[in-house]
Design a binder for this molecule. Structure first.
Ligand SMILES: [Fe+2]
Length: 197
């Protein structure tokens, strides 16, 4: 079989997204931020995390389910993982600094980011090392999953949808219907100010 190691491993791609989220969050908490800058940064974070999570659910978690089992996949996608994160980001998405005040907005963002950081630790410290150590998981597989992960991000939703299905095949169908609507909503949100990541 042809090798597919020309593409970065899915683990490398996922972890580099994590690094991006962390640096955006550090920037949010930085000393020179005003309300408007925080608002825009929160929209960028919501968008990036939505696309990343959707691609994980389409490409990585089915592999985790197949190779590490239901318990592992359910931990990542369930009420202490993506589900909780989506619920909180949905709340953030419905708030604005102007309407709710900076203190309340900061507190909700902090809550969401605490869950995100915990989830990132679960993936990077527990599940990825286990996954990479499995027989049958080699550079070829990780590389071809990396290619699929990037493809999935390109057609992913850009807003949190906590009630949408999170497992194949229904998540893929829901994405196909929802992503264009998210795209339209984002055109207004980012009008004149395209997301910079
Ligand atoms: Fe994740």
């Amino acid at each position: 079989m042809a090798t597919d190691t020309t593409h970065p491993s899915i683990i490398t791609l996922i972890n580099s997204d994590h690094g991006k989220f962390k640096s955006l969050w550090q920037e949010y908490k930085g000393p020179n931020m005003n309300g408007e800058m925080k608002q825009k940064l929160s929209w960028t974070l919501i968008r990036e995390i939505a696309m990343h999570s959707s691609a994980e659910e389409e490409v990585m978690y089915p592999e985790v389910r197949k190779r590490l089992g239901d318990e592992a996949a359910d931990t990542l996608v369930g009420p202490t993982g993506h589900q909780q994160l989506k619920d909180l980001l949905m709340e953030v998405n419905h708030m604005t600094i102007e309407k709710n005040g900076e203190t309340a907005f900061d507190a909700k963002m902090q809550e969401a980011m605490d869950v995100l950081y915990h989830h990132i630790d679960d993936e990077e410290k527990t599940f990825w090392p286990k996954f990479e150590a499995l027989p049958g998981v080699d550079a070829d597989l990780l590389s071809s999953l990396g290619r699929k992960f990037e493809g999935a991000k390109a057609h992913a939703v850009t807003r949190p949808h906590p009630w949408a299905p999170n497992k194949p095949p229904l998540n893929v169908v829901a994405n196909m219907m929802t992503a264009p609507l998210d795209g339209l909503a984002d055109m207004w949100r980012f009008a004149g100010n395209p997301p910079r990541v």
